[in-house]
Ligand binder design. Structure first.
Ligand SMILES: *Cc1c(COP(=O)(O)O)cnc(C)c1O
Length: 225
């Protein structure tokens, strides 16, 4: 199968209203251009340098999503062009994004990452930590970050019930936060969950964004999780 065929096959399975982020990390620009030639425009990367290189060389109408763990000292490289930062997992990071975005009077779309997996390796905030951020005076002064929803990663497992349970937790937290902090805010509406092996479950459980890499571009040869 080719990239464009695999991409179109996956797109045919994507529910209405759900956006597909084609995760192109570690893959060459030719592969991205093949996906682009089908009309796809939303791509995701998880390394800042790699993303900046690709942004510079590839068509400017690509909507780039940053899906990796982001270090504060690298925020400034993304701010000029990134469409959405999926994995914001600390007050410090929000603060730096706000500060960098303020310099050029931009507003950066962010998702707060919630830890839903049981694995220790996954980054993310607890619901309590998110609420502490949202009620803080500091956060209320941030004018250059826009929180448009949540992101989470389920345990890497073949246990579908475990994955489903974790996605349900994210959906529940999203609704509680929506009701308590974003009721009047129509922009808080995204739930980014689901990857190649679990996106069908994620859509059943309320995902609005799915992040799919290997099912489109093939397995990654070297490890770059
Ligand atoms: C790599 C990655 C994906 C895509 O993973 P696949 O299993 O290749 O679909 C999705 N989300 C994040 C955060 C990733 O790092």
């Amino acid at each position: 199968m080719s990239i464009s065929k695999d991409l179109l096959k996956i797109k045919s399975q994507i529910s209405e209203g759900v956006k597909l982020v084609a995760v192109s990390k570690t893959k060459p620009n030719e592969s991205i251009l093949e996906a682009y030639s089908t009309g796809h425009r939303i791509f995701g990367e998880n390394k800042v340098q790699e993303l900046v290189d690709k942004f510079e060389k590839l068509p400017k109408d690509i909507e780039w999503h940053y899906i990796g763990h982001l270090q504060t000292n690298k925020v400034k490289y993304l701010v000029p062009f990134v469409h959405l930062i999926h994995g914001v997992d600390s007050m410090k990071l929000l603060e730096v994004i706000n500060k960098e975005a303020k310099k050029t009077e931009q507003e950066i779309n962010c998702l707060l990452q919630i830890k839903i997996a049981q694995e220790d390796s996954k980054f993310g905030l607890s619901q309590t930590e998110v609420e502490a951020i949202l009620v803080s005076d500091k956060f209320k002064q941030f004018e250059n970050v826009k929180i448009i929803g949540l992101m989470g990663m389920a345990t890497y497992s073949s246990d579908e019930e475990l994955i489903r349970k974790e996605f349900r937790v994210l959906y529940t937290i999203f609704n509680q936060l929506k009701n308590n902090y974003f009721k009047e805010n129509s922009e808080f509406k995204e739930i980014s969950m689901g990857m190649s092996h679990d996106y069908l479950i994620a859509m059943e459980e309320g995902a609005t964004l799915v992040r799919i890499g290997s099912s489109i571009f093939g397995e990654r040869i070297y490890s770059n999780k």
